[in-house]
Ligand binder design. Structure first.
Ligand code: NAP
Length: 498
């Protein structure tokens, strides 16, 4: 099927002034030759006129989609349908071959004239709250006008919504599926694998919930390279937006020229996600909080070490659809710590008793350390202490004792709540502090330790070690560790600068 647009990634240019629109437009053309111009973001008719005059003179070689969405249907254009029509007509005269008009405007009879001539129209349906039950009926409503393309942009509350929306693309080249919201985010990329004519990405301000930036869409997920054969991997968690696993794994795929993509899946309901694994053709996924222990109940088989730990951070989806679990946090923590602390005979305090804590406790105990567990739920800490052959320690007793190392495995201090620390500076009676939290790299806890001249180890070391081990399990080949580390460090640097 011939493609409708020059490029399948569509950059969304949206700014309040003509000058900013021009800057964004020039930037967009470095990535793609398909650009949506959100004329409704320009503040008033004079600015719209100025930008369109510039466009008319520049006549760029791109598929330009003019959009002037009205206020009642999620846009910013405050005037009526007639003026909307006039703006789109001017845009057409200035070289926009395409326009995107919402169904609510087009159903007005005077708009029928708009389909005369060689104008190309996308008729769109938006729902910023949900994905309606009658999606196919809506699609037929858009198709009634026989436009060149139809766009369904709906808010996805779960993966069932995502699948229903993506299924609209099957066997068609004229459907644009836009899954909105954080659950929809990975599907914005996967939409291209499932046949959507376009995937939108912002250049400046985001114009829809869950929208990705052009840089993420093109350089991180390489969405325009996706095809039916692309293997899909990802990380499941809640929250998941903080994860740097996409940067790390995608860099590895790119370096080894593997046709695969790794995406962040926000999972609020594990069963809902697991039902979507076969239709989304997911071949494997990482597991982060709060699912590392719960996932065990849903696996068909599990590596004996992961079963003993009672937590899984790596799932392999086998050819027949069955799920196999492994734990690479175990090797991750050993690689991060073994050169810094002689484990045998050392006393290590572990804060937290969740999935990461279990892997850390088993790994360190196996290495000969005496593990002491302290968690906000004493019964959970006592259980882990029993399972790993360690000691339970009450929170109030921590400051009285001395440890060779303290390991934080709670999410306290993790982005965005970076001002928090699980312990106060005066409670750090230890030689070394290791924080499993890796974003930010220098957590509050590590800053306290540095201030007291205590050696620190960032969670990044464990993160990279567990991630490369995962990558090797899925790919069956050696991971390009240097490239993957560079990608993670670059993302962290960008965060500090940004
Ligand atoms: P998890 O299974 O949900 O366990 C979290 C543990 O921390 C639980 O014991 C939990 O107690 C406790 N906790 C949560 N919030 C707390 C708070 N405000 N105060 C005190 N305790 C709290 O999560 P996880 O998968 O183990 O992950 C924990 C952290 O480690 C995350 O930040 C994750 O990013 C990080 N991690 C890093 C790496 C790495 O490679 N660097 C690997 C794994 C995990 P309750 O059960 O009472 O909620």
């Amino acid at each position: 099927m011939a493609a409708l647009f020059k490029d399948r990634i569509c950059a969304v240019v949206a700014a309040p002034t003509a000058r900013e629109m021009q800057t964004q437009f020039r930037h967009a053309l470095k990535f793609t030759r398909t650009v949506e111009l959100r004329l409704d973001y320009l503040e008033g008719p004079a600015k719209i006129g100025r930008f369109l005059r510039w466009l008319g003179n520049a006549r760029p070689r791109a598929d330009m989609i003019a959009t002037c969405r009205r206020l009642p249907v999620g846009g910013r254009f405050e005037v009526d349908k007639t003026n909307q029509f006039l703006v789109l007509h001017s845009a057409w005269q200035c070289g926009c071959r395409w326009s995107d008009v919402e169904i609510e405007s087009i159903e007005d009879s005077s708009w029928k004239l708009y389909f005369l001539g060689d104008k190309r129209v996308v008729i769109s349906h938006h729902n910023f709250e949900t994905t309606p039950a009658n999606l196919r009926k809506e699609l037929r409503r858009l198709g009634w006008f026989n436009p060149h393309a139809v766009k369904m942009a709906t808010y996805c509350l779960n993966y069932r919504d995502v699948l229903r929306l993506l299924s609209l693309c099957k066997g068609r080249r004229d459907v644009i599926a836009v899954p909105m919201g954080e659950i929809g985010l990975p599907a914005r990329v996967l939409a291209l694998k499932h046949g959507s004519a376009l995937a939108y990405a912002s250049v400046g301000e985001k114009t829809a919930p869950g929208q990705l930036t052009l840089d993420e869409m093109k350089n991180l997920y390489r969405a325009d390279k996706l095809d039916r054969r692309t293997k899909v991997y990802g990380v499941i968690g809640n929250p998941v937006a903080h994860s740097l696993s996409p940067q790390m794994h995608n860099a590895g795929f790119h370096a080894r020229r593997i046709n695969a993509v790794y995406l962040p899946f926000l999972v609020q309901d594990l069963r809902d996600f697991l039902r979507a694994v076969p239709p989304l053709e997911i071949a494997g996924f990482s597991v982060t909080l709060p699912w590392k222990e719960i996932i065990l109940r849903h696996l068909d088989e599990c590596d004996p070490l992961a079963a003993r730990i009672g937590a899984v951070n790596t799932v392999i989806v086998r050819g027949n659809g069955t799920l196999y679990g492994r734990n690479t946090d175990y090797v991750g923590v050993l690689r991060a710590l073994e050169r810094r602390v002689p484990l045998a005979g050392s006393r290590v305090l572990i804060l937290g008793a969740g999935g990461a804590a279990r892997a850390v406790a088993f790994a360190l105990a196996q290495g000969g350390a005496i593990v002491c567990i302290c968690a906000r739920r004493p019964e959970q800490a006592q259980k882990l202490a029993r399972d790993a052959g360690g000691e339970f320690i009450k929170r109030a007793h921590v400051r009285r004792e001395f440890f060779d190392a303290i390991v934080n495995t709670t999410p306290v201090g993790m982005h965005p709540r970076t001002g928090e620390s699980p312990l106060a500076a005066r409670e750090l009676n230890t030689r070394l502090v290791f924080d499993a939290v890796y974003r930010p790299q220098r957590t509050k806890l590590l800053q306290f330790a540095e201030r007291r001249v205590i050696e620190t180890v960032s969670g990044i070391e464990m993160f990279i070690a567990q991630g490369t081990a995962q990558w090797e399990i899925w790919m069956g080949q050696r991971a390009p560790e240097k490239v993957m580390r560079r990608a993670v460090m670059a993302a962290l640097r960008k965060e500090i600068q940004g």
